[in-house]
Design a protein. Sequence first.
Length: 390
Amino acid sequence: MKQQKKGLNTICTHFGQLEDKEFKGAISPLYMGTAYAFEDIDVKRYPRYFNTPNQVALAKKIAALEHAEAALIFGSGMAAISTSLLAFLKAGDHIVIQKIIYGGTYNLIVEEFEKFGISYSFTDGFKAEDFEAKIKENTKVIYIETPSNPLLNITDLKAVADLSKKHGLISMIDNTFASPVNQNPVDFGIDVVIHSATKYMGGHSDICAGAVASTEANIKKIFSLAKNFGGSLSDYTVWLLERSIKTMGIRVRAQNANAQKMAEYLYGHKDISAVYYPGLPSHPDHNIAKKQMKGFGGMLSFELNADFNASQFQKSLKLIKPAMSLAGVESTVLSPTLTSHSLLSAEERKRQGIADGLIRFSVGIEETEDLIADLEQALEIVRKESKLAV
Ligand code: PLP
């Protein structure tokens, strides 16, 4: 009988799970072993070979979630990113990558790639034409991040995948902001899908992990580097991540719904001058987002009125926490100017569209009325202060 394709929450809950043959427990047993008897000459189980029972089980779940043939789990998102990039790039090669990208990825490229003899070109924009314009004879990889951080720009996945195929390049995406719940880039022809599993996959702000999903052949190529670089994840955390992913579908869908409500509440608010959320029809890339995303995600950004103090706004929040990371069940905010983008010059921030009053909002699963009440009371404080300062 042909196996029926399972739905998202069924994959999240069951797929790849290890059977507890001895005690018939409902969850995967945890195998912490670092030494295993040889099963045969080809299978040598060892954590840094990415092939312990729990790693293999979770990789199957993540591959299924990303509609990919295979996956690997890493000790962090950056371990997944660096290993995947270097698996497809060697001395003399070139990569095209968007300039507005996760800061760690940007640093990896500008601080490390020269040492490996790999050159790079950044695109200012997010469109396929922007990437095509930077392709050189020695380009091997196109790397995108959509939705982007912090302004939630959207890149057309199919256009980038087609472009990569046309030029014989590997297309890679950091799919962290969307999560596999909202976006499956493989369906549009993207070759390699990477996650900081620290974010929506973990979802509770207590796991640091990474993952990459692709074809069997690509994963084999990434693995051959991964075992040498050694960025595997401890089996205990693998097991914890498997547990977290069981609820990823319901968490992320709740976050999508909350973020949409927050974006609608903030849009047109007298204290807010702009809202960036792909789920708003006013977002310039709303139509592309609608085409390629199943949900618009839990991340949005908004700009406080120019005379409002962003630092005071964050400090005035009672329920929503100012925090560097994102995607947990608890709502958090961050001022890019004061944190992630503080090292850029004011001019460069302006060029990138990052206003001093910009607030990045990772929307959690709390009740929306409680989130709105918290934002309202904080806005009232900064509104009063701005009037006093006049
Ligand atoms: N990609 C994105 C979009 C991120 O936000 C982050 C971390 O914030 C990373 C990658 C890096 O992941 P990790 O911190 O798990 O190494």
